[in-house]
Design a protein around this ligand. Structure first.
Ligand SMILES: [Zn+2]
Length: 498
């Protein structure tokens, strides 16, 4: 239980309890000027961990603890015009302890995107290389990608709002499902994506960088496919060629467990990276013009793949290990090697890959039980398990049961990757509909905030366009060029029509 103590004679907030406290400050003033003043005071409270010593009279700060687990600092104007209360101004998370290190999030103003940022975002070709919405297409009968959904992160109206021009839908089967069952499931998912395109005129199937550019100029959303897990090729390069013909444009060499030919970052080393067959897979991917994706793989697999590949590789959805020590994030050494290879790291928004504090937080048995119970209810429905699990985790962040991770952390990872790998080697791979999103990046409609934040950080418009999509388009073009040089290349530039 988190507790607030407020001593009138010596106004200070003492935070007790092992977790995080959430302070919500409400403006009870109708006038924006007063709201602004209260915001400033709330910020001071949050940043210093103390109530203002000298100004309580001016704003009539009142503290109370409601019955909920969340402590609330309510600040009202002297006139106490509660009836006119209009705006929830800020939501603040302060870490507890004797000398609380404060963190401050100003959610309402941060949601505002400048006209310049909106304009730049509109002009840019925005590409996201990893979305798990395919599971919803398969399992969630109530999901309509063409309509605005209350849950999940992706649908056409929200992609339009977020200015997304191209999306890679993930073809994913969990790594412990192998052989013909995995292959059939992969085919079913490819069919589901292609059917979504066939039945929605806003979408256009794309397999090349030129397709993406064409779709953007025709005001369509380009749909591409990436296969997340080498086990789905069932040790068969022939199947890989068939997947290529159906439109697969990257292969993540492993998911969270080893394949028979590559080690995963989520498993014990078994092959010392890539086996000879694993190296053949990389060569065949080069020849076919399919990007080699090293998200999820063991570090040794990554370095082996770099040694074999003739084309730039991608990390379709990975973040920086220097900030969050998740084994499937990239170390600075890996980022530098990727840069040398000409590849690109697409930053993942998953809270656990963004924040070390969140990743290592102790989860209460009660929280785990809640997730397990939901999981049981979902049965085999992967979309349901992912969606409900993500929702419970995000709610736990908001309630203070887990450290709060806010969307600005995405910017921190982008900035770090740019500093280490260079501006030409960073992009966006959200993991939407497959991960716990940070507060403020609840869905794809929030994407322009990234453009706005990068502008505020001093990035040039040209550099921001590279991050939003220019870099991955360059890598796709390079991968296509290297494939076309191959003497016995099969023609995969055109995929099978509907
Ligand atoms: Zn993944």
């Amino acid at each position: 239980m988190i507790a607030f103590a407020y001593n009138v004679k010596n106004p200070s907030i003492e935070l007790t309890g092992p977790n995080w406290a959430t302070i919500q400050a409400y403006s009870v003033a109708a006038k924006p000027a007063r709201a602004e003043a209260i915001l400033v005071i709330c910020r001071a409270v949050a940043e210093s961990g103390r109530l203002l010593r000298d100004q309580p009279q001016q704003v009539g700060i009142r503290l109370f603890r409601p019955a909920s687990r969340t402590s609330v600092c309510k600040m009202g104007s002297m006139k106490n015009r509660l009836a006119q209360a209009t705006i929830i101004l800020i939501s603040v998370a302060i870490s507890s302890g004797a000398a609380p290190a404060a963190r401050f999030t100003q959610s309402a103003p941060a949601d505002q995107v400048s006209a310049r940022a909106r304009n730049l975002h509109e002009r840019a070709i925005v590409v996201d290389t990893h979305d798990d919405t395919t599971q919803r297409l398969i399992f969630d009968k109530s999901f309509d990608i063409g309509g605005r959904n209350k849950d999940g992160n992706i649908d056409i109206p929200r992609m339009r709002e977020g200015g997304l021009d191209a999306i890679f839908f993930s073809i994913w089967v969990t790594g412990d499902v192998t052989g013909p069952i995995a292959v059939k499931r992969a085919f079913n998912q490819i069919d589901a994506v292609r059917e979504a395109v066939r039945t929605h005129s806003d979408l256009a199937l794309a397999t090349t960088a030129a397709d993406i550019r064409r779709a953007a100029s025709n005001k369509k959303i380009a749909v591409l496919m990436g296969m997340e897990g080498g086990h789905m090729i069932d040790n068969d390069l022939g199947l890989l060629r068939i997947y290529a013909t159906l439109g697969i444009r990257y292969l993540t060499l492993t998911h969270s467990i080893n394949t028979t030919w590559a080690d995963s970052s989520g498993d014990k080393p078994e092959h010392n990276g890539l086996t000879p067959f694993g190296k053949d897979v990389v060569r065949e991917l080069n020849r076919l013009g399919i990007m080699v994706d090293i998200s999820h793989v063991a570090d040794k697999t990554f370095f082996d793949a770099l040694e074999v590949t003739k084309a730039p590789v991608i990390a379709s959805h990975s973040s920086c290990r220097a900030i969050s020590n998740a084994p499937r994030n990239m170390t600075d050494e890996m980022l530098r090697a990727l840069s040398k290879n000409g590849g690109v790291v697409m930053i993942n928004y998953n809270a656990g890959f963004l924040s070390e504090e969140y990743r290592t937080a102790k989860r209460s048995p009660e929280l785990n039980a809640r997730i397990e119970a939901k999981d049981k209810l979902c049965g085999d429905n992967e979309a349901c398990s992912i969606r409900d699990g993500d929702r419970i985790n995000q709610e736990a962040m908001i309630k203070g049961e887990l450290p709060k991770v806010t969307w600005e952390k995405i910017i921190e990872h982008i900035d770090h990757a740019v500093k280490v790998a260079g501006i030409d080697h960073v992009g966006l791979g959200s993991d939407f509909d497959g991960a716990v999103m940070p507060i403020g990046m609840e869905d794809v409609s929030k994407l322009p905030k990234i453009t706005d934040a990068l502008l505020k950080k001093g990035y040039s418009e040209q550099d921001i366009q590279k991050i939003l999509g220019g870099n991955i388009l360059r890598v796709m073009e390079e991968v296509e060029r290297i494939a076309s040089r191959s003497r016995i290349r099969s023609d995969v530039s055109r995929s099978v029509p509907f």
